[in-house]
Design a protein around this ligand. Structure first.
Ligand code: TIU
Length: 225
């Protein structure tokens, strides 16, 4: 069992053999200029700051033999899995499926939909393509985790209050104990990251726990089977 005494709102215990690290949507479309995040009017450069911590978290998870899952928010080239309500919302400079500098916005197989090279999945790691904000909706993620006996989930990625929080809430309702790694997630809005971390661990951990990459790594390296 691995133990994080300083997790909030109270200590978090997790069995590494039954724990997965889920890295949400660390794609060029969200982190680089010219992609989906920028088309929505966001300053995407601030998300780059979590790349080193996310690399360290991945290294710790891989060294401990955790199941590693990467997700990508993207759509089929014919947009058959993109509800018109999602594509037509608001007034972005480019809509999902439009051609931008990294290919078609948020379309599977295009350069912008790829995970950034610094966090590229290793051979054998699971990559989930998801049409929604939550990674359980319209994907095989639930079946994959169940088949491997996963009971605990560690979360990283972007953006904290959109795809990360949605997925963490989906997971919480499905009975997983969930922990958000605070320094390996970020939002385009600093105040939304702060608020999301606070609301996750409020009310006795109503959605789950939070801790830092260093705390997770230390717990994994000193875990006893
Ligand atoms: N816009 C925004 O903050 N996020 C998303 O649209 N998707 C994810 O969070 N991945």
């Amino acid at each position: 069992m691995a133990h994080i005494a300083a997790a909030l709102p109270f200590a978090f215990d997790f069995p590494p053999a039954h724990t997965a690290l889920i890295v949400i949507d660390m794609q060029r479309d969200f982190l680089e200029p010219g992609g989906f995040g920028a088309a929505l009017g966001n300053d995407v450069t601030r998300l780059q700051a979590i790349v080193p911590a996310t690399q360290a978290l991945l290294a710790a998870a891989r060294a401990a033999g955790l199941l590693v899952v990467h997700t990508r928010e993207d759509h089929a080239p014919d947009l058959s899995d993109c509800p018109p309500a999602k594509r037509n919302r608001g007034a972005p400079s480019l809509r999902i499926g439009d051609v931008g500098p990294m290919g078609r916005i948020l379309v599977r197989g295009e350069p912008g939909a790829e995970i950034i090279p610094d966090l590229a999945p290793l051979a054998g790691e699971i990559v989930i393509d998801k049409p929604g904000k939550g990674a359980f909706y319209a994907t095989p993620l639930g079946e994959i985790l169940a088949a491997r006996g996963i009971t605990h989930l560690l979360f990283a990625g972007v953006t904290t209050e959109v795809c990360v929080q949605t997925t963490m809430r989906e997971a919480n309702d499905r009975g997983y104990d969930c922990l958000l790694v605070e320094d390996a997630t970020d939002s385009y809005f600093a105040e939304f990251k702060t608020a999301t971390i606070a609301m996750i661990r409020a009310q006795g951990g109503i959605v789950g726990w939070t801790a830092t990459t260093a705390q997770v790594a230390a717990a994994l390296s000193s875990a006893v089977a």
